[in-house]
Each structure stands twice: as C-alpha cells, then as structure tokens.
Design a binder for this molecule. Sequence first.
Ligand code: AMP
Length: 502
Amino acid sequence: MTTFKDLGAGKKLCTSIAAMGWNEPTPIQENAIPVGLSGRDLLGQARTGTGKTGAFSVVALGRTKAGSKTPTTMVLSPTRELADQISKEMKELSKATRHVVVPLYGGTSYAEQLKALSAGCDVVVGTPGRVMDLMGRGALDLSSVKELVVDEADRMLDMGFVEDVFSIARAVPEKRHTMMFSATISDEVRKVAAAIMKDPETVSVSQDGIAADSVRQYYVEVKRNGKMDVLRDILANGEPKTIVFCSTKKMVDDLYEGMSREGTRVGAIHGDMPQSRREKTIRGFRANKMSILIATDVAARGLDIDDVECVVNYDAPLDPETYVHRIGRTGRAGRKGIAFTMVTPREDLRIPSYQEFTGEEIERVTRKMIAGMEIANPELKALHPVKREKPKPKAPEPRKARRGECAVISLDIPRSMGATRTDVSDFVTSVVHVGRDSLGRIGMSEAAVFVEIDPEIEKDALKALNGASFRGRKVRASPAPVKPRRKEGESRVPALPFKSIK
Ligand code: AMP
C-alpha cells in the first residue's frame, strides 16, 4: 500500500492527514502529488469526490512555509460553496503545519476578509469575482504567491470567468508553480492551461472512474406533468437522502413550494438566494434536518456530502458532463448510490450521450419497477429519520416572476453566419445549462439573434453567454428592449423587437 509519506508528504502534513482519517491516498492523489511536489506544473483531470482538493493542498502546503505576511498560495474556485469546502479542508490539513488559510468569496463580510488579510496569511481560497474585487481595492497582494491553483477549470469557462482567471494569473509572479484541475479536459481547457502554465504534465484518473461504478443509474420516461408523481414514488421508497436537480431556479422554487405544501421537509438552493441562506440549508441537509435538497447545478457544484443516497435529475441535463457532476453527488466515500433521470419524450435522446460519455449503462425503469426497488439504506435511515411537518397553508417562497413573461437577450450572431434557430437554442441551452423549456421564441435580424428567456435566469444567462464562443467566435450578449404589449390581456408574451422565425 502506498502511503502519503511515500508520495513525499512531510511529517507534519502526514500528522494532519492521519488525524483526518485518510489512511491511503486516492488515485488522483497518488498520481498528482509526486508530480506537483517535484515542481512540475500540473493539469489534473478529476471531478469532485476523487480527493483532488487533498491532492493540490498537500502539494501547495508541502512547498510553502507557514507564517507569511502576504499569501504564498492562491486557490481559485468557480463557486462560493466549493471555495468554502476547499478552505475548510485546507484548514484541517494545515493544523500541524500552521498555515493560515483565508476564504475570500462574495456574500460574506468584507470587513472580516480585510481584517484576516491584513493580519497576514499563507493561503487564500477565493472566487474570481471577489479576488478581483479585493485586488482592485488594494487589499490583496499576490506578489508573493508561489503556488497558484485553478480548480474546476471547465466550470470557470462555462461561467465566463476565464478573463478573470487570466488577470489573476498575471497578478501572480511569473516564477511560480501552477496546478489546474478540471473534470473534463476540452480543447478550451487545454488553451487556458497553455496560457497560464509551463509544460504541464497531464494527470488523469481513468475514464471508468468518472461515473463512479458505485452509482446505479436508471432513467424513467415521463410526461412533463408527470414528474412529481415519479419523484414521490422514488422518495416513498424508504425516503432516501436525496438531491433533486432542476435546470432552472424557477423550477427549484416551484418544486420546493409544491413539496413543502404537501408537508415534506425539503431544502432548496439556487444562485439567487443569499449566501447565508444557502449555507444554512446545506448545513441542515448535511445534519439531516431534511432529507431532500432541491438544487440547480451552479448552487450544488462541489457539494460534498458523504451520505447522499440518491440523486434525481428532475430535469435531464443537456450535456453529459453535467450528468456526471450531478450523479457524482452520491456513491461517495465508499458507499453505494442510486441515480434516476427523468426524461420527457423529447429528451430521451440524451440518455445515449450520457452512456457514451460514462461508458456505463443506464437502465430504463417504470414507475411500477421503482416501487419494488431498494433505494434507501436502512442503516443510514435509522441514523436520520425523516421528519414531516404540518402542511404549510402558504407557500414560503413566492415566485417573483409571473408566468408567461419573458426577457429578451440579443446575441451578436449575424444572419450571414447562417445559424438556424436550433443552432442558437442548442448554443444557449448548453452554455447557460438550462432546458429548452426556459427559452421562448428565437428570432433574427441582419446583425443579431434575439432569444426570449425566462426572466429569472436572465442575469445568469447574460453572464454565461457574454464571451462564450459560438463557432469559434466570441459572442456579446446584451439585454434587448422589449416592445410593450399591444393590448392588455391579449398575450402575456411581450412582442419581440424583430420578426420571429419560429
Ligand atoms: P474532493 O474530491 O477534494 O472534493 O474530496 C472528496 C472527499 O474525499 C472529501 O470529503 C475529502 O475529505 C475526502 N478525501 C480526500 N482524500 C481522501 C483520502 N485519501 N482518504 C479518504 N478520504 C479522502
């Protein structure tokens, strides 16, 4: 058996590692730690749950001394949740080495972060937005950084953070050691790697390891309005600790409202909720105050909860990478998990793409079959019995947007590019990570394309689309003016500033 000591981890680090109960390095740790400790730049292919945080942390903490005035390690994460988890794990790992770790992300107090920075620290873990912000205020000095880590690079790209990552990399001394991790290594990820690293060695864990074989995977064919019934069937089967994924914030709100009204204790997280509330919900789910968490992809990214028994894709994800990210929330820490994906007749073609990507079979099941399946783990259930609440007379979270109203986004894709409506909708849904249902009509003018979109996701969509690449060209996205309705009550969908081509 290889030990952390064999991989080159120092004595103090090994003490913390032992205290954390890590008896043996995971495959990514075994492959990445020696490369990283040797000082070679590193591009690691690993998804959350593989131990990648441990891998880069052991390297960064092993290569830097504690007790600095300004940070010597900078870790960038695409989301607050992940930044929070990384900083917690790094704090644990540095208990014996005494490195001081400071998390820097939006939604938390500036005053506290500024105080921690001026007191001196060794490691900063932050989201690109807050890091840029603190650099701009002159509060964060990156001139002593020796170790730069970019985590979840594919998500950084998806979320439009790549320019920020470049700016931060420029603010860090050129003479540094850089490690970048990504669940998938696309051409774009390689381009970012080439821009910020020198001759990196690629370290990957086998493709087989991507969709953990510890997850049984099923799909259920449903009509759009039959999803709630299938979800009830799944949850009735022993009430497993479950994360339910939806493609839009609105869907999360709707489902939360519906289930709360039925008296089921559920939590919900999405990007529009204040950070404090999201954290409270995640803490509650972790502590089994509720056994069901409804989430969007962005809010659940990197969530690391060991005893999740079941993942339900209430909306089938568009791309296989998202599928893998989602089902990877279960079957962790040596436990078995189960994943169900609901597909409407229009979506069932997505199943083969997931299967191709993971190399694993996804079995079709019917509602009847679900009734006879073993989903919840009875031992775990004894530890966290599901609590039911009295049905609430009123929905706790009223939706802001009124059904039928649309925002319109314009994209500078000229007619001359010959893009069809399907091309545009495929582009938007994949970049924004939403289903086709979140889009309305799509129209074109000579100079631009206009897309009707659910107003609740407009802000996120603009952020994701701006700078995204369509046929190798960067797209600019902006909110388009919407003409007022002609007659009140005639149509709830505002007129588009163009002739629809639907
Ligand atoms: P990550 O992929 O970094 O999100 O890590 C997933 C989980 O595995 C975290 O809860 C880590 O604390 C845990 N972990 C990381 N490395 C090891 C290890 N060598 N042995 C046991 N657990 C580990």
